[in-house]
Design a protein around this ligand. Sequence first.
Ligand code: C2E
Ligand code: MG
Ligand code: MG
Ligand code: MG
Length: 278
Amino acid sequence: QAKQGGRARFSFYQADMDAALAERLEMERELAEAIRAGQLVLHYQPVMDARKGTVGSVEALVRWQHPTRGLLYPGTFIPVAEDSGQIRELGAWTLEAACQQLARWKSMGRHPGSVAVNLSASHFRDSRLVEQLGDLIRAYGVGKGELTIELTESTLMSDSESSMQTIQALRGLGLALAVDDFGTGYSSLAYLKLLRPQKLKVDRSFVRDLPDDPDDCVLVRAVLGLAEALDIEVVAEGVETEAQRDFLLAARCHQQQGYLFSKPIPAEDLSGRLSAWP
Ligand code: C2E
Ligand code: MG
Ligand code: MG
Ligand code: MG
């Protein structure tokens, strides 16, 4: 009896796993098609100067306009692309689309400050990355500081010798570096000092309970103090309330990103809010 129950349960899980695997394989196949068929799209979320209420820079966030499932968010397909090795191709598409949009905005007499693109760990470690970025910068006339690469702490800390070299090369191309989701990984202070990223993006988990959680208040102030000492800018992610905004402003964190200001939106919808250029 017990044995039978066990078997039944086993085959139930087996069926579940088969279904999950089949779905994943299907998504891999569709994703390859999506990149070619132009189903990927970038939305842009402004990083505000919260003092002035103006757009300081923008972050490009990828979406998949799926033919039957509607608009898919990166949490559903980036992990698939990472597992299947399609993340480099997806990353190459994202970088080019962002450079193209930057050039388009400039030709319209608008400037987003800097366009930030998220880079996955394996793409960051790809030996062709630096050359790829050099080509894009030339092709789209990307100026110094106009393109920012966002990397997480874990991406930067693994194999730190070679990532240091890549960072130097990217800096040589005039790119800016931002450490994304700062505070959720492990980064050593020594490494921050060595790397000198332009920006730290404080993860939204530290912003969420501001200003009520005293620990988060202390942590955010500490990051701001550290960054100031090292001459690194700080962006607060996930700002949703006026109370969060005001706490951060009082702590002299002016660069803020979050739903309070805007969700990620299509490029066209943002153009009107960008500053005039040249
Ligand atoms: P991230 O780089 O930390 O991006 C911020 C995420 O937080 C975005 O989710 C954004 O929509 C969301 N967000 C912004 N403001 C708020 C807020 O006030 N409240 C809340 N609850 N959420 C907010 P999204 O677009 O779903 O992206 C998720 C993650 O996917 C990104 O996290 C990034 O790590 C990754 N990602 C996005 N685009 C790309 C890409 O082109 N390439 C790679 N490799 N990863 C990407
Ligand atoms: Mg990011
Ligand atoms: Mg982030
Ligand atoms: Mg985050």
